[in-house]
Structure formats: C-alpha cells, structure tokens
Design a protein around this ligand. Structure first.
Ligand SMILES: [Zn+2]
Length: 142
C-alpha cells in the first residue's frame, strides 16, 4: 500500500464514521487529511521524477560506455603507456606511441611512419628519430 493509498483509506474511514467537518475537531482533522493527501501525491510525483532521472542517467551512462569503447577499445587499461618505449598497439595495423623528449607529448604513429625512421612532433615540431634496431633495411655499404 502506497502512502497515497493509506491516506485515501483514512479519508474513507473518516467519511464512513461521519466526521462532522462543522466542528472544530472535524475541520482540523479534515484539513490535516487534505495536507496528508497533498504530501502523498507530491511524494509520488517525486518518486516518478526520480525514476525518470534514473532512466536518463542509465541512458547517458550507456552512451558514455559506447564512447569509451570507441576511444579506448574494449575495457583495456590505458594508464600505463607513457614510459617512452615504442609499444605495439593491438589491432590489424600496428600503431605505436612515443613520448616526445622535447615537450613530453605522446605521439602516435603507424608502421609506415616507423619505417621512415622519423616523425615531426605535432605539438612542438621537434624532429623525432626512431631506432629500429634489427630488421632495418639499411642500404648495403661498399
Ligand atoms: Zn614535442
């Protein structure tokens, strides 16, 4: 039984008992019952609004999750990729990250750029060179 239903029941009782609203007590009681009824209805409205707000929040939360998946991939931890090492990104095309030694900006680039051996930092313009190590196709020297 909701509060509104209880109040309605109480109102029915007073009517059933023939509460005389012409008397002082009857007037006060019926006024109290009216106030109770208003309160119960207000509470119901509040509950409805809260439920709507909750639904809205759920929708926003779901959308945010989609955006996060788009930006960061599925639930992957992105916090520990700033140690300056060239790391393999998961996925078909290999992407790499390096920290610009000049401005500290994290620069993302793909395999093609890596093969060129250098990139310009998009943030400060510093020329960054990659050490490819083994596997580098250096032109044969005479
Ligand atoms: Zn830089």
């Amino acid at each position: 039984m909701t509060t509104a239903e209880k109040v309605a029941y109480l109102k029915g009782l007073t009517e059933g008992y023939g509460l005389d609203s012409a008397t002082k007590e009857g007037k006060i009681l019926s006024t109290i019952l009216d106030i109770l009824e208003d309160l119960a209805l207000d509470q119901q409205d509040l509950n409805d609004s809260l439920a709507e707000l909750g639904d809205g929040l759920d929708a926003v939360s779901d959308d945010l999750e989609d955006v996060e998946d788009l930006l960061f991939g599925d639930g992957e931890d992105q916090e520990d990729e700033d140690d300056g090492e060239i790391e393999d990104w998961d996925g078909e095309t290999a992407f790499y990250e390096a920290e610009c030694p000049s401005c500290g900006e994290t620069v993302t680039f793909d395999e093609g750029v890596l093969r060129q051996g250098s990139i310009q930092c998009p943030s400060c313009g510093e020329h960054l060179e990659f050490d490819l190590g083994e596997g580098e196709d250096a032109p044969p020297e005479e």
